[in-house]
Design a protein around this ligand. Structure first.
Ligand SMILES: [Mg+2]
Length: 243
């Protein structure tokens, strides 16, 4: 395993860096976290990216600064300030969103490239929501797929995939040639774990409640933040102590 100073760090946000909340806009960014991430980014020569199901604009609301990131499960991708994105969603997803909004307890999140249907407050409607999502995919003239996460069913572009997003970063400076490390918590992170496993990196799964292809486990977002702060201290010591 490569030394930490040679890592490329890929971090999921919800359930990994941040504790999950009842709704996506109720998450809390701990005061010290942005500073730790900024310092890690500097120690790693810029090789740190956030890899989230959230949109890029949502990522920037939580972590301002326009850093490298993949949003919407990789359908949006930004490196060195340059954004690339899949085509915006068509009318079939607007129809899906409108249909789901009639279901009590379902929180509909309209994204530029996807629609997320959160059923945390109405778990009895999960099968119905799943049916609506699959119908929308079948009816769409463009390639879409259903992506399931914790209490959420999403319809995303078929090419949206966290593993593909990480692999793409790894072909570009300053990521290329480094050892990829990806931390995530959900089934939507499994493609990312597979990608770093293939590249000889380190895959770390947060929490222990689902089967994962990740090679390591860590207990909770609190433990992730503590671990990252420890890596940052170690790299800072390396930068200052040995020259
Ligand atoms: Mg997550």
């Amino acid at each position: 395993m490569a030394e930490a100073k040679n890592w490329a760090l890929f971090l999921d946000i919800d359930g990994t860096l941040l504790d999950l909340a009842a709704k996506p806009d109720l998450v809390v960014v701990p005061a010290e976290l942005p500073g730790v991430l900024a310092a890690l980014t500097a120690h790693l020569g810029g090789a740190l990216a956030l890899i989230s199901g959230r949109t890029l604009s949502d990522i920037d609301w939580l972590f301002p600064g326009g850093g490298d990131a993949a949003g919407s499960h990789g359908a949006e991708w930004r490196r060195a300030g340059m954004v690339k994105a899949s085509a915006a969603v068509g009318p079939e997803l607007h129809a899906l969103a409108a249909g789901a909004e009639t279901l009590p307890g379902i929180l509909v999140e309209r994204k530029p490239l996807a629609v997320a249907l959160h059923y945390r407050d109405a778990p009895q409607l999960a099968a119905q929501v799943r049916g609506l999502a699959h119908n929308a995919v079948a009816a769409a003239p463009v390639a879409l797929r259903v992506l399931e996460g914790k209490s959420v069913i999403e319809v995303v572009p078929a090419n949206a995939d966290k593993g593909a997003a990480i692999s793409r970063f790894m072909t570009c400076p300053p990521f290329a040639g480094r050892c990829p490390v990806f931390i995530g918590d959900d089934v939507t992170d499994e493609s990312g774990f597979s990608a770093v496993n293939r590249l000889g990196g380190r895959s770390i799964h947060v929490g222990g409640n689902i089967d994962s292809v990740a090679s390591r486990k860590i207990a909770s977002p609190t433990a992730v933040r503590r671990w990252l702060a420890g890596v940052e201290r170690k790299l800072r010591g390396h930068a200052h102590g040995q020259s």
